[in-house]
Design a protein around this ligand. Structure first.
Ligand code: PA5
Length: 450
């Protein structure tokens, strides 16, 4: 049995929100049009992230490669942005052993930057025979990822000759892009990124789940948790009325309204404060999801990842006593304090800890921080996890993805595209001398002339 996640709203309406009734804001009137849009876009396949957990094909794809993945001790992922952050969050949460001194099991290396030195270090130490390289790019054309792929291919070819192809898996668009062509040309294994699935919404597709599977993470439970959160919508796509009903009751709708009201009232930053230590990297995953989806047309709020208790000794001062422009999504796990037991011979001053588990510290600090935020009138929604399992994480990820889309729709921006990021990609290509990009090359020349 799963204890389900829930949201604690008791401290959400404070500060400049203290008079607000979320059911009576101007956004509430948008429920019906939003519901029919949701219904329409789901039917048209424009929101594939919502359908992913229901796809048998995905679980089959994973089952099909599971045996093959057992051949390898190391997995090297080449990918950036949405093609990397989900996998890292899942790795750190559910397969943290690699960071521990005694580790002797499977290792996942995620190369998600342009860092020649660390790539070279990987080439110098990874055993090619025991390594699988997973190249992840939805577009199949991201220069950072392709650049790494060209170098990895050269390394593998040199070390294991024609066998290199059997050590590569490509996760990319089903039909188009360079990686798709490359895979066809060399008969390299592939898995698809579904149409219309943006990188930052792809953690629960092969993009995030292949690395998870390799590490022995329970992918089925991740998908089941996501399913539990998405099913209200997916089951309601028969009529606009059913959808309106599902939307109105869904936690994502309330969260989206809350976020829009926050922005209206000048709360420009949203802290993602994780008090589940192993889940710290979900903050980075959320940051990308929120920022790249909502930072458009001068709108959006700045996501700020923070880790309890580490950041209590750092950014917390600013959260509590800096500008009153911050709200907080607080992540916690309601469980009995556990862990190593403090010895009986602790000095008198700390005698209250004698015989108690280390976890009492985390519990006390979690409560202390939440209360301090409340005393400073920072609006807080506490996302209380039913457990620290894959199921809970899948459910949380789906909730945040839906919330992001709805928040964007209420802001009247498109939360699915990323024009500013694409501009950076085009300028980098132009700078490198890629063919085409005439306009970008002219822009660059003008920029450099100053
Ligand atoms: O969320 C997004 O769309 C981006 O962050 C992409 O994931 C990132 O730019 C990488 O793109 P691609 O997977 O096409 O290589």
């Amino acid at each position: 049995m799963h204890h389900h996640n829930y949201l604690d709203w008791s401290r959400a309406l404070t500060g400049r929100l203290s008079e607000v009734d979320l059911t009576k804001t101007s956004f509430a009137a948008r429920l019906k049009p939003m519901a029919s849009r949701l219904n329409q876009e789901l039917k048209e396949g424009k929101l594939p992230f919502l359908n992913l957990p229901f796809k048998d094909a995905l679980e089959k794809d994973l089952a099909n490669i599971q045996g093959w993945l057992k051949n390898f001790k190391h997995m090297l992922v080449l990918g950036i942005g949405g093609s990397a952050l989900g996998a890292r969050a899942i790795q750190k949460a559910f397969a943290p052993a690699q960071d521990r001194p005694e580790h002797n099991g499977k290792c996942l290396w995620i190369a998600d930057n342009v860092d020649s030195e660390s790539l070279e270090a990987l080439f110098n130490s990874l055993p090619p025979n025991d390594t699988v390289v997973v190249v992840i790019s939805k577009s199949g054309g991201t220069i950072e990822t392709l650049g790494q792929y060209f170098l990895v291919k050269q390394w593998l070819e040199k070390k294991i000759k024609t066998q290199w192809k059997d050590h590569v898996l490509m996760i990319t668009d089903q039909n188009k892009g360079f990686l798709r062509e490359e895979a066809t040309k060399h008969t390299i294994k592939t898995l698809p990124v579904p149409d219309n699935l943006g990188g930052r919404y792809s953690a629960l597709s092969a993009v995030g789940l292949v690395p998870a599977l390799f590490l022995g993470v329970d992918c089925h439970a991740l998908l089941k948790g996501a399913c539990a959160t998405a099913s209200a919508f997916v089951n309601a796509i028969n009529s606009d009325q059913d959808m309106a009903h599902a939307l109105e009751k869904h936690a994502a709708w309330k969260l989206a309204i809350w976020n829009n009201v926050l922005m209206e009232k000048g709360y420009n930053q949203i802290i993602f404060f994780s008090y589940i230590p192993a889940w710290a990297c979900f903050g980075n995953w959320f940051t990308q999801l929120w920022a790249e989806s909502l930072g458009k047309e001068g709108k959006g709020s700045m996501p700020v990842p923070a880790v309890g208790v580490t950041d209590q000794h750092s950014t917390q001062q600013m959260f509590l006593d800096g500008p009153k422009d911050k709200a907080c999504l607080f992540l916690s796990y309601n469980k009995e304090p556990s862990g190593l037991i403090f010895p009986q011979d602790l000095p008198e001053e700390w005698s209250y800890l004698r015989g108690r588990p280390f976890g009492v510290l985390l519990e006390a600090e979690t409560l202390g921080t939440r209360m301090a935020l409340n005393k400073s009138e920072v609006p807080v929604v506490n996302m209380v996890m039913g457990s620290d399992s894959e199921y809970s994480a899948g459910s949380l990820m789906m909730l945040l993805e839906i919330t992001t889309v709805l928040t964007g729709w209420l802001l009247d921006i498109n939360p699915i595209d990323q024009p500013a990021v694409e501009l950076g990609k085009r300028l980098a290509n132009a700078r490198l001398g890629a063919t085409g990009y005439t306009e970008e090359k002219e822009d660059l020349a003008n920029f450099l002339a100053v």
